[in-house]
Design a protein around this ligand. Structure first.
Ligand SMILES: [Cu+2]
Length: 473
């Protein structure tokens, strides 16, 4: 497509004898005169057509003429017209206009009042989308159509091939599941300061395949924080200067506007601080709530905060922090190269990856979680989502205690095989390992585990106990 467009543009610029109807040709080459363009094997004259759109609140608004004030207007064009489309920023954000079929785009604009244009010759009849290519913005509503000729056209659009894998900014995007602050050990309230940084970075989603993540503190999920009910928590939230997007945090543990999202809305290169009182105990999710919110979450912006109750949970031998998320990419798992975010898949809620701690089959190989026979493990498990419910299950074990929905005040459920954890929800499970085995963590909607990546291993070593299981009986 690119080569053909280039040829069209060049032929449009070439000058031949001005009084000819535009064409100079031999048997297999044709070039067209100024003001004409090659369509099929004919040179025809073109008109110049201009449209202007402004970007505002996740939409394109028409400026002037028949499209004035219309949201995501249809833009009619005659076949062969030379089209100039100008984008004006009506807000500070990050937007562009892309027409994938014609392989043209404006530059990505940030400043309110800035503008850029693109030009192409509408050589093919049909309906072709214009949209903002910033991840999530098309799904968020920044999409309209060029209607070229009748709008009925060839559907000869070829799906793009994946590009080469990018250099990574980190060796491992997955947060270490054992990296959890210890219990507060306090029986009175205190002021607690937490420090968070929005970090946009490239990492492997699986071996040979990279993805651009948006994170808190450089990992998925972000840090687990720990406070006690009644504490005052001071949140220090920075957005790195080199980032492209605004970010913020909605804490489910916060009582008040947006869970702190309004107070933490932060442009690249700046820091926000706010405080809240932890009114309720429980295990709470936090996540980004900057539009397009599902995209910011899917790309990795979630984590959890444990607000300990007045009567703490019984102590355990080992604590583990795991979160599930669903990721929407253009190509299926196993495709090597740099995965791109897919707005259509997000809209259809059809994730290509469903993962623990941000990565396909995390906690396998050298990242397998280790434990010993007789240990009791407490798993803090949450779903960042944005969309899929987890049917959380540990193959080969039964959860002894389940603090359902992250409720740490009620009596726990007991002897549970599988627990549903909703997006934006969490659970605390305790499990004691009776015999050695490779216990397999899954979302028991098993396509997600074995095709999309929601699988991990807890390798338990120690003495066999044939009274529990005898594989040679
Ligand atoms: Cu964000």
């Amino acid at each position: 497509m690119k080569g053909r467009m280039l040829a069209l543009m060049l032929t449009g610029l070439m000058i031949c004898a001005p009084l000819l109807s535009g064409c100079i040709g031999s048997d297999d080459t044709l070039s067209c005169g100024e003001g004409t363009t090659l369509l099929g094997d004919e040179c025809i004259g073109y008109n110049d057509v201009s449209y202007t759109l402004r970007a505002e609140n996740m939409a394109f608004i028409g400026v002037g003429g028949s499209i004035d004030g219309i949201t995501n207007p249809d833009l009619p064009i005659a076949v062969g017209d030379r089209v100039t489309l100008t984008l004006i920023m009506s807000e500070s954000n990050l937007h562009d206009v892309t027409i994938e079929y014609y392989n043209v785009a404006t530059s990505q604009l940030t400043e309110e009042g800035s503008e850029d244009s693109l030009t192409f010759i509408a050589s093919a009849e049909g309906t072709y989308a214009y949209y903002c290519s910033i991840p999530g913005h098309r799904a968020g509503g920044m999409e309209g159509n060029f209607i070229i000729g009748t709008g009925q056209g060839p559907s000869n659009f070829v799906e793009a091939q994946i590009g080469a894998a990018l250099d990574v900014d980190t060796d491992n995007i997955a947060r270490d599941p054992l990296d959890i602050p210890p219990p507060t050990g306090r029986n009175e309230t205190a002021d607690v300061h937490i420090y968070m940084e929005a970090v946009e970075l490239v990492a492997e989603i699986q071996s040979g395949t990279t993805f651009t993540y948006w994170t808190y503190n450089g990992t998925v999920p972000g840090p687990m924080f720990r406070a006690r009910v009644g504490d005052t928590v001071f949140v220090h939230f920075s957005n790195l200067e080199e980032n492209t997007m605004h970010h913020n945090v909605d804490f489910h543990s916060v009582t008040g506007q947006g869970g702190g999202a309004a107070a933490t809305e932060t442009a690249p290169g700046t820091t926000s601080v706010f405080s809240f009182k932890a009114m309720h105990p429980g295990l709470f999710v936090y996540h980004c709530a900057t539009p397009d919110i599902p995209t910011h979450i899917s790309k990795g912006m979630y984590g959890m905060m444990l607000i300990e109750p007045e009567i703490p949970l019984p102590p355990v031998d080992k604590e583990v922090y795991i979160m599930q998320g669903d990721i929407y990419t253009k190509w299926r798992p196993g495709t090597e190269g740099h995965q791109e975010f897919d707005d259509n898949a997000l809209f259809e809620e059809s994730p290509t990856y469903v993962v623990f701690n941000g990565k396909f089959a995390t906690f396998t190989g050298e990242d397998t979680i280790q434990a010993e026979v007789g240990e009791t493990m407490r798993i803090y498990f949450g779903v960042g989502g944005p969309n899929t419910i987890s049917s959380f299950h540990l193959i080969g074990e039964i959860f002894d205690r389940v603090y359902n929905m992250g409720d740490l005040v009620s009596e726990p459920m007991q002897s549970v095989q599988t627990i549903a954890v909703v997006p934006g929800g969490a659970v605390v499970v305790d499990v004691t390992f009776d015999v050695p085995a490779n216990y397999i963590l899954v979302d028991h909607a098993l396509t997600r585990a074995f095709h999309k990546g929601a699988v991990g291993i807890i390798a338990v070593t120690g003495d066999e106990d044939p009274s529990v299981i005898n594989e040679d009986a």
